[in-house]
Design a protein around this ligand. Structure first.
Ligand SMILES: [Zn+2]
Length: 411
């Protein structure tokens, strides 16, 4: 491993009053408003002659905005926080794997006590933060904050002129959204072959807002492709997509990520306690006692969003299955897919292993629904099914509301 020279930075000492900028670091005095749900400084409640006490414990000492090419090591080094502490945070991160999702523009808030890290906040946007808080000399604990905010809808309509991809992009959809639409309707239409110039499409897209500010997250609520005499539709209902008649557009999931069955060596347990410290160390997945080299299968159709190495999770893969479902595979020995690749249910994506910190060869498998880990052995997994009888009315209402918007967009 690379060795780092300790060069203690004395940020904030020279210019405590003004905002000090060094590279992308900014020392932010009290005007920094926390995007977090942490307790805000409480005013008043003071004795008559006492000045109000500022609870500046709640404000980060430094806020760093991630730049292209940054690594966690270099960021920690520049703040003079030890690599040992970085590994303590990474150890806690193995349950959530949030640090690997940092991208340029995301913010890191550091709370330091005489150079020692006491809290680290990852702020992905105003609706989503992860906070690592020191629990002891050796350990950090994490908490995740997600604000639902409100979703505002807009209709994006266009006409095919050239490929669907360029036409949809021209109308205002992102590449990822175009890809989602293509995979949603893949069994119904061949976008390269079947679409003709003049075919039309309408998409109802919603955008997330928290406190009136867009978070950058979007969701496809419904869409329609008018292809000559055919009409292809998709409507989101309860996190899944259905056609006009309420038939599911998603293919069923598999319960197990392997072809053969293997002994479950460790169950999903959000309240698992560390055997020595007694602190909660969530086990967000299911462990299978797979020998090294066991083929690992995608449990549903999806897109590979991460193939990366983590000091504790080892080599791991993340697959997103539409808006609602996500799966993770940890401690692999070899990845057989690449980031951005589309995979189908049952496809061999990796070989199991014993990488990272692992007590022996096994496969750690996670299923997340709406951003939260669930017990993959018990959770309701997508079954290729129609909207249930009891939900028909609710589905029809949503569908008709979305169709009204699409119709109105045609002018
Ligand atoms: Zn595990």
């Amino acid at each position: 491993m690379k060795r780092y020279l300790r060069k203690p930075l004395m940020l904030g000492i020279y210019l405590p009053a003004a905002a000090l900028t060094l590279g992308a670091f900014s020392y932010q005095p009290l005007e920094y408003s926390l995007p977090l749900d942490l307790p805000q400084p409480v005013a008043a409640q003071t004795q008559a002659d006492e000045p109000p006490q500022l609870a500046d414990l709640n404000l980060p000492d430094y806020v760093y905005t991630i730049q292209p090419g940054d690594t966690l090591s270099t960021i920690f080094e520049r703040l003079g926080v030890s690599q040992k502490e970085m590994y303590q945070v990474l150890e806690s991160d193995v349950s959530i794997l949030a640090l690997d999702t940092l991208k340029p523009g995301d913010k890191l808030g550091f709370w330091l006590d005489q150079g020692r890290l006491v809290q680290l906040e990852l702020s992905f946007d105003i609706s989503h933060q992860v906070v690592f808080t020191r629990a002891s000399e050796e350990e950090f604990e994490y908490a995740e904050v997600r604000l639902e905010g409100e979703w505002r809808e807009q209709v994006i309509a266009g006409e095919i002129n050239g490929s669907f991809f360029t036409s949809a992009k021209r109308a205002g959809l992102s590449a990822a959204e175009v890809q989602s639409i293509s995979s949603l309707l893949q069994d119904k239409i061949n976008f390269r072959r079947d679409l003709r110039a003049g075919d039309r499409f309408q998409v109802v897209r919603s955008e997330q807002y928290v406190d009136g500010e867009p978070t950058g997250k979007t969701r496809l609520e419904g869409l329609r492709v008018l292809n000559r005499s055919r009409e292809l539709t998709a409507f989101m209902f309860d996190g899944n997509y259905y056609d006009l008649n309420g038939e599911s557009l998603a293919r069923a999931f598999m319960r197990y990520p392997t072809k053969r069955s293997y002994r479950l060596s460790s169950h999903f347990n959000p309240n698992r306690k560390h055997p020595v410290t007694g602190r909660v160390r969530p086990h967000n997945g299911t462990d299978f006692a797979t020998p090294i080299g066991t083929p690992v299968l995608a449990t549903g159709d999806g897109v590979v969003t991460r193939v990366t190495k983590h000091p504790y999770a080892g080599l791991y893969i993340v697959i997103e299955h539409g808006e609602k479902y996500k799966t993770r595979f940890l401690h692999l020995s070899k990845a057989l897919v690449r980031k951005g690749q589309t995979v189908s249910r049952g496809q061999k994506i990796a070989l199991s292993g014993n990488s990272g910190r692992s007590t022996g060869p096994h496969l750690h498998y996670e299923l997340h629904i709406n951003g939260r880990p669930v017990n993959a052995m018990k959770a309701p997994i997508p079954v290729a099914d129609a909207v249930g009888k009891d939900d028909r009315m609710a589905f029809n209402q949503i569908r008709d509301r979305l169709l009204d918007q699409m119709n109105a967009s045609q002018g």
